[in-house]
Ligand binder design. Structure first.
Ligand code: ATP
Ligand code: MG
Length: 407
């Protein structure tokens, strides 16, 4: 990507109405644009980060054999009425609207009900199970407070996965596989050492569900962890009787803030029962399908990474999610000619600062944008057939031979 040709610009100051660090930094660096509280647009750089996170998740889920779909955000109230979740008393974050032809519609805050309606058409026998379906889809929630940048949107990107099974044991098996995939996903996006599988309430028979909490000062949740983080609990389950079950005491734990970046849930028959998702078993008896659901807040994850990996100069993307791996700057007549040459064929990994601007300005932008490696080619570095490469994370600079540059 050539910076001279993009419509985006970095901003010297964060907008006054953006109090969250992630929102301020991502706005200044040209990744997102705020339309109103909790409503953000993803600009070319921001979309690349979002896509990179998405692709890591997609890769890990596909390895488990999950199938990707894309469902509509527009919701027919009918199935939601059957589970009691269309009522504003039960679910207080609905965006609802009227059809011009008459009748009500909702904008999906999640997708259990419609996905059950969808798979019902294809499930009739035990031979049709198990399977797991996921999507990357924008959810809509009329959140009361949306002041945390992209950590809490009124429209946000979620990965939601649903699994369907004949037995509880098979649900348990798959749940454990998802736990493994989630561990790899958080590791791969750079949050492995600060994201914890956390016991939360809301399990149906198993008592607990699990949240994935990233330790973060501005995280909205309160979590409790023991010495080596082998046991992490959220506020709802940090109670004496539950601690006794784990054979631990309150004094063994420290309190910190967490941002919930995902959760996994054994739904059992919670929605399949009222929506009558049934199948004929081997003995021809009619049984209800066991379900699990597994979410990841993809856009929140991007905000959490921005919060975690930044300094006074700007963002510092882990290579795995960075919009570009290299930021390229030429100085002097020969340097400028050389970078044009280096850029050829590497349009997808190089953010090429070919603007008519001072080197200092370009360096500041490369730091604000958080591109992992800055490559500077000048008349001087060319005397040794080299480029100066600076690591954004460590700040270290090294002279690298041009022939070795992209190795
Ligand atoms: P929270 O407790 O933060 O409101 P939740 O428990 O309502 O989240 P789920 O309905 O399980 O969340 O959604 C799955 C994931 O989607 C969450 O783990 C979180 O990462 C993300 N998420 C939920 N609400 C938002 C939001 N308003 N903006 C961005 N991401 C969100
Ligand atoms: Mg929650």
């Amino acid at each position: 990507m050539r910076l001279s040709q993009t419509f985006i610009k970095t901003l010297r100051e964060a907008p006054k109405d953006e109090t969250a660090k992630n929102g301020a930094l991502l706005t200044r660096a040209g990744y997102i644009h705020k339309e109103m509280a909790g409503v953000y647009d993803y600009l070319p750089l921001g979309l690349r980060v979002l896509n990179n996170i998405e692709n890591i998740i997609r890769d890990e889920l596909n390895k488990l054999g999950c199938e990707e779909v894309l469902m509509s955000a527009l919701q027919n109230p009918e199935p939601w009425e059957k589970t009691g979740r269309f009522s504003d008393q039960e679910v207080d974050i609905w965006f609802k609207t009227e059809l011009s032809a008459g009748g009500e519609l909702g904008l999906a805050p999640t997708h259990e009900e419609p996905i059950i309606e969808m798979v019902k058409k294809y499930v009739s026998s035990y031979k049709d199970l198990p399977f797991a379906v996921y999507q990357f889809q924008n959810k809509f929630r009329n959140e009361l407070r949306a002041k945390s940048g992209i950590l809490r949107g009124r429209e946000f990107l979620m990965k939601d996965l649903y699994s369907f099974h004949t037995t509880e044991a098979d649900l348990d098996r798959f749940y454990a596989e998802v736990e493994g995939a989630y561990e790899r996903i958080y590791e791969r996006v750079g949050l492995g050492d600060c994201t914890y599988e956390t016991f939360a309430s809301g399990g149906i028979f198993s008592k607990f569900s699990h949240e994935y909490q990233t330790e973060l000062p501005v995280g909205e949740d309160t979590i409790y962890y023991n010495e080596n983080h082998s046991l992490v609990l959220n506020k709802e389950v940090f109670e004496d009787d539950i601690l006794a079950e784990f054979k631990v005491k309150k004094e063994d734990f420290k309190e910190t803030n967490g941002a919930e970046v995902g959760n996994i849930f054994k739904l059992m028959f919670k929605y399949s029962e009222p929506l009558e998702l049934k199948y004929a078993d081997e003995d021809n008896s009619t049984k209800t399908v066991y379900m699990g659901c597994y979410g990841i807040g993809v856009s929140r994850l991007m905000g959490v990474i921005a919060e975690k990996y930044s300094d006074d100069k700007g963002l510092i993307w882990p290579e795995s999610v960075a919009p570009f791996k290299y930021y390229l700057v030429g100085i002097g007549e020969k340097g400028l000619a050389k970078v044009e040459e280096l850029y050829q064929g590497r349009e997808n990994e190089i953010l090429f600062d070919d603007r008519d601007a001072r080197p200092g300005e370009k360096f500041a932008d490369s730091e604000l944008m958080g591109i992992p490696y800055r490559i500077v080619v000048s008349d001087k570095t060319l005397t040794s057939d080299s480029a100066e490469v600076t690591n954004r994370l460590t700040g270290e600079t090294a002279l690298v031979k041009l022939a070795e540059l992209f190795k």
